[in-house]
Write a protein that binds this ligand. Sequence first.
Ligand code: CA
Length: 319
Amino acid sequence: MKTISASLALCVLCAVLGGRTLARTDNGREFRLAIEHVHTLPKPPAGFKWAVNPDFTDEFEGEELDPAKWYDKSPYWKNGRPPATFKAYNVSVEKGCLRIKNSRLDPTEGNDGKPGTKYSLAGGAVASKSDQAWYGYYEVRMKASPTPMSSTFWLKNLPKEIRYVDEDGKLVTETHRQELDIIETMGAPTRYPNWGRQFNANTHYGLRVKGKPSPPNASAGSPRDGRNAIAPSSEAFHTYGLWWVDANTMHFYYDGKFLFTVHPSAKYNPQPFARPMYMHMVTETYSWEPSLPTDEMLNDETKNSTYYDWVRSYVLVRE
Ligand SMILES: [Ca+2]
C-alpha cells in the first residue's frame, strides 16, 4: 500500500513537473517499441546507456504524419533537383508506414508550383521539425521503391556564418554546412547498376566564401571495397543505422550489424561534424542518373513508393 501511495505521489509530482514529455511518453505506447529496440544497438561506452530521442523517433502508426514532429514538405529544401520536385500530397501514413509516392506532374511546373517546365515529376521530402539531431544513434527501417528515383534518410543543417580578420586585416565572411547521408539508395539504378545493392553513406562539408568561387564540398563516404554490400534495397525492408560518435567519427550499421566507419573530411574544419542537424526522408531524382521512372512504374501502386516502417533515434545518457 505504501508503495502504491508513493508511486501515485510520484506520478502526480511528475505530471506537475514533467509537462509535455510525460504526457507524450505516458500517452499509450508511442515509444514502447523504440525502448525495446535498445538491446539491438551497439554497446554504449562504460557508464552510459542509450535513451530514446523523442523528436526523431516515430513508428508511423495511425492515419497521418505527426504534425508535432514532421513537416510533410521540407522547409529546408523547397523545390528539389530537376526533373523531380516535392509534393506534400505524395506523403501519407498507411499500414504502419510512412509512404512517399512518386508521381508524374502534368502539366509541368516551375519553382513553388508556378507555371513552367523545370519539373515533370514529384517525389516527397519529409523533414523533422527539430533541427537539434546531434551525437547519437539514428536508424530507419525502409524499403526503397523499385524505380530510378531515390529512397533516402539523412541529416543536414543550415549554413552557419563565420567571420574572421585575415593577416592583411581584411574581413572574411564565409558559411559552413554539414550533410550526413545515412542511406541513399535506388531500387532500379541504371548508370551504376550496383547502387541499389550498396550501403551508400556520405558526409559532405560545404564551404562558401563571400566574394569568391565556392570550393567543392569536402566529402568522405562508404568504402568501395565490398564492405558496403547489402541486399537489393527495394526487395525487402532493411534497417540502416548510424552512430554519430563525435565530430570526426561515424559508424554505420545494416540490419543491426556494423559495416564500416567513415571519418568526415577535416579539410575545411578540424571538427567538421560538431553542429546539430535536422532530419530528412526524401525521394528525388539525381543529375547523374539518366533513367527516369516510366508511367508504368508511376501508375503501379506496388512500385511507385518508398516505405519507412519506423525511424528510431537515441542519445547516450548517464547510467
Ligand atoms: Ca511502423
